[in-house]
Design a protein around this ligand. Structure first.
Ligand SMILES: C[S@@+](CC[C@H](N)C(=O)[O-])C[C@H]1O[C@@H](n2cnc3c(N)ncnc32)[C@H](O)[C@@H]1O
Length: 230
């Protein structure tokens, strides 16, 4: 695992006014430049469909700058979720001093977890696992699994069948996996790992479609299954 040097990153303000970081060498952004926080709230939090769950466990593959985590903390505080237990895997941590502040509580937890591996306060717990998705052994099962590397063309190894198997293994029987990519081969890899897969509309002005997956077609809701386990 290699922590990133501060000079390899630059701050961008995205379309909804929220910040993200960009890798200087490749130009990759950690969230959509059209609206970082809006993308996290729409794709990862709403896409996970956590309604009716008071105690929520989430596994995130790719902690990045903690945008999804912050959007989840904000949603939990807004109502309905009493406790959050978030585990995140990351091979290239961003220096704490550069983690954007989307939300004070989420930011404090992200900084403390970066220093100690784990942090918890006011019903929210965050555990950071340094390392590769492929090698991750999930601790229990999760209501949502977020697959969130950089794009399939940028980091193809992080969208492999082996990674999809980690997603499937970590996902609770009634859980939802979510990823922002709707690429056909990404969907097929999730299906090859044993999941039912569908695409749903993305945020306005953002990506056209994103992907949800589950152990049963019913858990996908009323949308059409596009890829089934084989
Ligand atoms: C798009 S960013 C994640 C954005 C983040 N979820 C957020 O909300 O701010 C992708 C992250 O996944 C990490 N990553 C990509 N492939 C990985 C792998 N195979 N193992 C571990 N980390 C990986 C990258 O280092 C990067 O930090």
């Amino acid at each position: 695992m290699t922590a990133l040097e501060p000079e390899t990153l630059r701050v961008l303000t995205t379309g909804d006014g929220s910040p993200t970081l960009q890798r200087v060498d490749t130009g990759w952004t950690y969230r959509s430049d059209r609206g970082a926080l809006r993308e996290s709230a729409h794709v990862f939090v709403a896409g996970a469909d956590l309604r009716g769950r008071a105690h929520v466990r989430v596994l995130e593959l790719g902690f990045g700058v903690g945008t999804n985590f912050a959007a989840l903390v904000v949603a939990a505080r807004a109502g309905g979720i009493d406790s959050l237990d978030v585990h995140a895997v990351e091979r290239s941590p961003v220096p704490s001093a550069l983690l954007p502040v989307f939300d004070a509580q989420a930011h404090a937890l992200a900084v403390a977890a970066a220093a100690h591996g784990h942090a918890a306060a006011h019903g929210v717990s965050l555990t950071l696992h340094p390392g590769e998705f492929e090698a991750h052994a999930p601790q229990g099962v999760f209501d949502a699994v977020w697959l969130d590397p950089f794009g399939p063309d940028a980091e193809p190894e992080s969208w492999s069948v082996d990674v999809a198997k980690v997603v499937a293994r970590a996902l609770a029987p009634g859980g939802r996996a979510v990823t922002y990519s709707a690429a056909g081969w990404v969907r097929r890899n999730l299906a090859a790992a044993g999941l039912f897969v569908a695409t749903v509309p993305g945020p306005i002005e953002g990506k056209r479609e994103f992907t949800i997956a589950a152990h049963t077609p019913e858990r996908l809701g009323s949308v059409k299954v596009r890829n089934a386990p084989r």
